[in-house]
Design a protein around this ligand. Sequence first.
Ligand code: MG
Length: 335
Amino acid sequence: MPTVLGFEGSANKVGVGVVRDGVVLANPRRTYITPPGTGFLPSDTARHHRAVILDLLQEALTESGLTYQDIDCIAYTKGPGMGAPLASVAIVARTVAQLWDKPLVGVNHCIGHIEMGRLITGATSPTVLYVSGGNTQVIAYSKRRYRIFGETIDIAVGNCLDRFARVLKISNDPSPGYNIEQMAKRGKKLVELPYTVKGMDVSFSGILSFIEDVAKRMLVSGECTPEDLCFSLQETVFAMLVEITERAMAHCGSEEALIVGGVGCNLRLQEMMETMCQERGAKLFATDERFCIDNGAMIAQAGWEMFRTGHRTPLSDSGIRQRYRTDEVEVTWRD
Ligand code: MG
């Protein structure tokens, strides 16, 4: 019964989770929230993570009722993500592994999301839509790899939403995406925006520039409201995501879809995906904010799968990688 402790801190969330054989024993998390109109800079985010990570470690142990002797492996996010936050957390993971004399496993963050989603929902072999502030990918498993069927060719969908929230000076608390979702519910007018699906890939940077320009003109003239723009942006970018996910499902003959990543807790996105899945006789799986937003347990869970199938990360290779693609990891724990 291996017990794995996982550290996550690739963006503005930092978390420490404990997983034992499919059971999440603890999963405390903190979010670095900046004032409206601003994003989070790597160095400030790393400072935030450094300030809270030892408290989180203590909380995770207390909450799980375990001591360090009960931990069999330390997992940490190797990448992808922002350099300084990743490094601030990797240093703690590496240090704890040495102090406690435990093996270390570096985890691909995207695979953490997938394994957490599979664990929580019970989806067995889903086509995965991974959508967050830093990532946008459609992924399916085949022959010992999580293969990327489609992805953004520029910014992530969550980054598009976050940056639009900054234009409107929407609060970043609890997250810009959550606040856009609430405002979108009150939107009435659909403003036409570019729809940029390119084969299996999507692009969001042009849509962002376009809607920034629309906001300047139409909000001033009173032609639409901020709520209308939130609604229009969500409807457009989510439709693009549903389209490429459906195409991947058709290609794979997949009867399951799983949404993971921070944008995955958006209920409008879940509703649109549900409609698509129902129409093709497939089943949709999704989780709530505890598990789809970055957290330590997802790294512990992927680390648990890796640990039990023999993965170990030597200290000499225990650094971080800002770019680390989902399909680089050999998946040793499925079929
Ligand atoms: Mg993520």
